[in-house]
Every structure is written in C-alpha cells, then in structure tokens.
Ligand binder design. Sequence first.
Ligand SMILES: *[C@@H]1O[C@H](CO)[C@@H](O)[C@H](O)[C@H]1NC(C)=O
Ligand SMILES: *[C@@H]1O[C@H](CO)[C@@H](O)[C@H](O)[C@H]1NC(C)=O
Ligand SMILES: *[C@@H]1O[C@H](CO)[C@@H](O)[C@H](O)[C@H]1NC(C)=O
Ligand SMILES: *[C@@H]1O[C@H](CO)[C@@H](O)[C@H](O)[C@H]1NC(C)=O
Ligand SMILES: *[C@@H]1O[C@H](CO)[C@@H](O)[C@H](O)[C@H]1NC(C)=O
Ligand SMILES: *[C@@H]1O[C@H](CO)[C@@H](O)[C@H](O)[C@H]1NC(C)=O
Ligand SMILES: *[C@@H]1O[C@H](CO)[C@@H](O)[C@H](O)[C@H]1NC(C)=O
Length: 760
Amino acid sequence: MRMHFSLQTTICLVASACGRSVAAQADYTNYVNVFMGTTGGGNRFPGVVAAPFAMVKLGPDVQSGTTDAYSGYLPSGNIWGFSMMHESGTGGAPKYGVVSQMPVVGNVSNPLADLSQGRAAADQGQIGYYKSSLTSGVTVELAAMEHAGLYQYSFPSGSSSSVVVDVSHVLPSFRGLGWEQHYSGGNFTYSSDGHYEGSGTYNNGWNLSPDWTIYFCGRFSQQPSSMKTFKGTGTTLSSYDSTPSVSGTERVGGVFTFTQTNLTSRVGISFISSSKACENLDREIQESTSLQSLMNNAKSKWNAQVLSKVQVSGASDADLQLLYSSLLGMFLIPSNRTGENPGWSSAEPYYDDSFTLWDTHRCHTALFHILEPVAYEEFIRSLIDIWRHDGFMSDARSSNYNGRVQGGSNQDNVLADAYVKGVRGAINWQDGFSAMQTDAEETPPNNHDPKAPDSSTKEGRGALPDWLKYGYITPAFTRAVSRAVEYSTNDFGLYQVASGLGNSADAQKYLTRSRNWRNHWNPAATSNNHSGFVVPRLANGSFVAQDPLGCGGCYWGDAYYEDNPWVYSLNAIHDVYTMKKFIGGDDKFVDRINKLWDLKIFNAGNEPSFTSPYLYNFVKGKQYMSVQRSRDIGKLYNSGAAGLPGNSDAGAMESNILWQMIGLYPMTGQTTFLVLSPWFPQLSIDLGNGRRLEITTTGGNKDSAYYVQSLKVNGENWTKAWVTYQDVFASGGTMEFVLGSTPADWATDDLPPSPASGDL
Ligand SMILES: *[C@@H]1O[C@H](CO)[C@@H](O)[C@H](O)[C@H]1NC(C)=O
Ligand SMILES: *[C@@H]1O[C@H](CO)[C@@H](O)[C@H](O)[C@H]1NC(C)=O
Ligand SMILES: *[C@@H]1O[C@H](CO)[C@@H](O)[C@H](O)[C@H]1NC(C)=O
Ligand SMILES: *[C@@H]1O[C@H](CO)[C@@H](O)[C@H](O)[C@H]1NC(C)=O
Ligand SMILES: *[C@@H]1O[C@H](CO)[C@@H](O)[C@H](O)[C@H]1NC(C)=O
Ligand SMILES: *[C@@H]1O[C@H](CO)[C@@H](O)[C@H](O)[C@H]1NC(C)=O
Ligand SMILES: *[C@@H]1O[C@H](CO)[C@@H](O)[C@H](O)[C@H]1NC(C)=O
C-alpha cells in the first residue's frame, strides 16, 4: 500500500469559481495536521476518527513515566496498546482507552507482563489513517469506520506473530485526584473459527461514573496457529491455557499467535451486546475491506461533511493548515451513539462525550450549529432525551453518565442559543423548556464529591437552594461566585426560550433572576484603580473581603473556578450595559478590559475569558480594539503539535480561532455576533440548502492592515459593530469589509443589544 502525504491534489478554494460539485470533490484533508494540539497541554486525539462524531476513535496508548495521556497519545514514551475508544482534548483525567490490542513478536510467555514497546520512528497520521513503528520491528497501521476498527500488522519475519487482547487495558491517571479509571471485570471467549467476543467493565474517571460496559467482537484475516486465554492479577497469572472462555474480576483476555507475518485484525464495538459488536463489525468492515478504502472513505466523509463547509482564497499554506486542522479538532467529540445507548430505548438520537459544555457553550456550539446543523439538532434532542430518562440534561457526560458540573447548567445557554436561532426540526421545545426548568428549579441530589462535598457535581445546579433563597450564593457552597455568574446566564437562557414559547410569566421571572449576578457586585472592592467586582457574599448580606486578583486555588473548593474576579466580573454577557455602568462608564470599561492584558490576567487558553476581548464593541469607536485583541490571540495558534494555547477542550479552543478567521464572535444565548476583522480576501461558509455566507475583505490583509474601514452587509452600508443570525446566517448573506492600517470610526450606529439590562 502506498501512502502519500504531499499536497498534490488540486484544490478548489474559491466557491464561486468552481461550483459546488467540484468543490465537494476537493481534498482539504491535505491541509490537516492530525497532530495539531496533541502536545503542550492540548490533549487532542490524533488517531483514526472515520467521520465527525464517530463512536470509534482508534489510536495508540502511550506510557511516559507518570504523565497522564488524556487522549491515549503522547509524543514520546512506550506504546502499550492500540485501543478503540478515546476522548479528544479533555483535561481532568484520562477517560477510555479500552478495547485494545498489542502486537508481540514471537510467543507470549506472560500476557500480563509489561509488553510495551518504544517507537522505531515517529508516529504518522492523516485523516482516516494512523501508523506506528515499534522497536520490536512490528508496524501497526490503523483505519476505521464509525463502530469498528481495522489493525493491519506487519511483523518481522523469522518468528511467530502474536496479538494480545487485554480486557483490563484502560488509561490510567497519575494525578492522585481520585479521578483515575478502574477496570472492574470482563469476559473473553474465543471460537474455533478464530474470532473472539467479550466485554469489559470499567468505572470512575473525571465524571466519577459507576460501572459501564463495552462489548467487542474481533476477527483476524488468518486462522491463528494458537489461541489462549488468560486470567490473573497484577502480572501474576492464575491461568493461561487453551480454555476458550474466561471471565471475572481478575484481568482477563486472549493471546492469538500466527505463523504469518502480515495480518489484519478487525474489531467491532457496542454498548449493547457482543453480538451487536459483531453486527457492527460485519456491517462496516468486511474481510475484503482494504485499509486504503477505509482511509478514502474517512477522507471523503470529513471533506463532504465538515472541511468543504468553509472555503477560502488568498490564505497562506500555514493559515489553510490552521483552518482545516481546527475544523477537524472541533468535531472529534461528542460521539454519536445513536442506536448504542444501553440506558434506555428511545426513538431520539443519542450523543455522549460532551466533555464539556462549560467549555463549548461559549463559542463552539454556535459554530457547531452553523457548520453541522443536522448533527446539532440531533445533539439538542439527545440532551433533552437525557433529561427525560436520567432526570437532568448533562453539562458534561461520558460513559453514559452525567458529570462533572464546573459552574452553571450551561446546557441552558446551548438550548437558548439554538432556540433563538430558529433551530426547530424534530426538537420538542416544550420538553426542552421543561428540561431547562428542571435545572432552574430542582436541586440535584448531592453526589458527595470529595472535591466539592457541598452539592452535586453530577448535574443540574447544586447551589440552587441559595440561588432561590437569597438571589446569590453564599460560601456554604463551593465555587459560589463563579457559579452565581453562570446561573445568571443560565436563567437568561430560560428567559429566551420562555419568551419564544409565549410564556411571559416565566420569561419575566427568569429575566429578573438573570440579573442576580449583580447581587455579588461589591462596589467597594478595589484593584488597580478599578472598583466594583463580583465577590463572595454571606447570608446576612455582607460582602467578604476579596482581592480581585486572587481566587484561592481557583478550583473545586474555592469561591471562583479556574479564574479570578477580574475575569468573572466581565462574564454577564447578557447584561453588558449594566456591567459598563457598574464599572464606571465607557472609558473605565475599556480600561477594565485592557487591564486583563496589562495585569497579565488574560489567558487565551481558558474559557471564562473567551468573550472578554471583544466586549470593546460595546463602546462607540472602540471596535478596532477588539480587532487588535483578535489578531493578538490569532498569533497564539498554529497547526503544529503545540499549536493550541491551551487544552483543546473538546474543540472549544479550535472553534475560537475559527471565529477569528471568520471575523465574527457569537454572544451565546443571543442572536448577536460581534464584528471583528476576517483574515482572508474571501471566505465562504456553506450553510446548507444552497445558503452561503460570503465574506470578503479588500484594501488590507491579515497581518498588518486589518482595521475595519467600512462594511457592507447584504450590499447595504453597515455601521453597527454587530450583526444578527437573521442578518447573515438564516438565509445566507454577504459581508464586504474594507480594511486598512489605521483604525476608522466606522461603527457609529447602535451598540450591540444588552437584553437583560432594561432601562438604565
Ligand atoms: C511458539 O508456540 C507455538 C505454538 O504453541 C509452538 O509450536 C512453538 O514451538 C513456540 N515457539 C517457541 C520459540 O517457543
Ligand atoms: C460477563 O458477561 C455477562 C453477560 O454479558 C455479564 O452478566 C457478566 O457480568 C460479565 N462478567 C464480568 C466479570 O464482566
Ligand atoms: C507485509 O506488509 C508489509 C508492509 O505493508 C509489506 O511491505 C510486505 O510486502 C508484506 N509482506 C507480505 C509477505 O505480504
Ligand atoms: C448518528 O448516528 C445514527 C446511527 O448511526 C445515524 O443514523 C445518524 O445519521 C448519525 N448522525 C449524523 C449527524 O451523522
Ligand atoms: C492608577 O492611577 C494612578 C493615577 O492616575 C496612576 O498613576 C497609576 O499608574 C494607575 N495604576 C494602574 C495600575 O493603572
Ligand atoms: C455578617 O456576618 C459577618 C460574619 O459573622 C459579620 O462580620 C458581619 O458584620 C455581619 N454583617 C451584618 C450586616 O450583620
Ligand atoms: C454607502 O457608503 C458609501 C461610502 O461611504 C457612500 O458613498 C454611499 O452613499 C453610501 N450609501 C448609502 C445608501 O448610504
């Protein structure tokens, strides 16, 4: 098989110049670096994901001292297996890394021993393909479909070839935070025809999930010369022989030995049963299916469903690589598990691996909606169905279990964002609103999380008792202040949907509640010439003295989660006019945003400050400052392995840079998009059903002359620093920017709306 990595395909980059059929055939995967964001804390998964949202994510599991391998992959270290399930871009602790195989040269004397191997060369990958060369001389090539994977092994000649299937294989965590996964038992059976089936059960991980089970079914291209099963604890075998079936809470698995040096292994997985795993395998990867055809299939799916949705002209190769590698990173998770839900049977779609909406609701879900409207509608339906059957929607979810909740019930913001932008389809919005009301009115049972024992970290809003009683959250609850700011945005989401459904009493109630972040505002709290910050507040109404630059450990048990009062004081994005007034007017507001940089508070790699750089658009004449920040943030990204400024966070980080390229930024939960400055002479987004948003820039460029001089939207002069979903996305549209090297006072018309502010 010949592997080609050159950019030899002719790419059609200008939509208008090539027409849709030609564009659909272009191979944008040539611009994708699957290793983008895999190092430097990005934690992205580089292995095989055959289509956006595919359930199987097949890749290597690497050991390197006590470094956690969140996606299985690490650039250096020994490979100890290639497994079928992974997350991408997550933090906390590794999840999955299950259903593995490990190739071993010769006979295997102890399958429980450390069988890991170094790499003889750096791993290689492209969309739909992954290759590792081990120091043992074995080459492993991987390809996949949505529910099945293919391993193509080439062993050195002169010895037998073995494949070890260790059911107890699961990614470890060394952080000592109590979030490590555990194997709790398994089954393994081989048949005389050489195939095997079984299941593994695991628990815990970041979301503290109880036992969950994955089933598997494996077939080889050749009949093994020997088949064995094993059981044992640690590295001590209790049995290792030709018994066809083993099960129990000990480590279990099988060893298959072959006389041939080249062999192919196909594995299907299912959450339902091992026979469903076999069905999934036999439907998706037959004996005759070649690795090359699977790879081509993956490329055409990613091209058609994702990459071709955004076409640009006039971009450098580096920017094309950043664009398309970022698009890949956006849709590796969640996982479409429709038909694979062990929890309940339902006609609704089922998505898992939201890890997490706390990260993605700010700007990822708004782009998810625009680029993948079919999947997005399914995703929203799945969230509502999770509420129907599990009692609460998920803010985060994996292995079919809700958790963890870092702040508010941010799925409320996601539903509101979808609702106000007209996402309807098969969504039952009455149920959607009821699900949001469960978040807003029902305190979830305490799951007694050691990191935050005060209230639920599984789902819902644990600090709801205070929120309902005081209109703020006292220090009786951990993360009180950051949760209060998020609960305000969540209640704003309920206001949005209630208004749309014509439910005016609820709309008024939740609009009022959405202003409760103000109850944490202590005008007397001061820092660096600024006064007024959100601070902790006691039941008797007194504010607690709080240095706005501090946040304790900024973690689960503190008053603020992952950021400080300076940042959270700018997060009531539905009530910006009030923030401006509290901060002291336009000039102070501009200086407040500037201070995020002057005081080195701003962290492009952390979501709570994602929106802050563009709030300059809420001050007349200052849109250019948002553009300046946008360009500065753009410099922190590239398509390299360390090219993300932080954890990918399920693609949140990638969606952020894509918005900078587009030149817009969404105000989640509202129809508003703040206008920035697009990167390219032409950028065209396929919105489906023949609709497109065509964005052009003239007179300037990405790197120096990038200030907006004037803008036309749909051919009309435009003097507002914002557009709505209706203006440019609902039916498509055009945005024609004239750029230049010095700021121009072009946005002289109305400021962006601040819907919760009322009359000030
Ligand atoms: C490996 O195992 C096979 C099958 O059990 C056996 O025939 C062969 O002798 C073994 N080779 C060595 C080197 O032990
Ligand atoms: C083995 O599989 C059976 C049937 O799926 C299941 O009931 C049993 O709990 C499994 N055993 C272990 C140890 O996982
Ligand atoms: C085994 O696979 C390798 C790598 O794909 C290939 O170079 C070699 O020709 C194959 N050998 C046989 C015997 O098919
Ligand atoms: C999700 O998976 C189901 C079942 O495989 C499939 O019918 C559906 O089209 C998938 N959704 C998307 C957006 O691909
Ligand atoms: C605060 O204001 C004073 C007086 O205007 C100025 O000298 C000082 O530099 C300011 N400090 C900061 C951190 O902005
Ligand atoms: C509220 O309680 C705190 C701590 O007990 C106390 O210091 C403060 O004076 C009280 N405030 C009021 C208004 O009673
Ligand atoms: C649009 O702006 C251009 C350039 O500023 C100006 O010449 C033209 O008259 C404007 N058109 C309208 C309809 O206002």
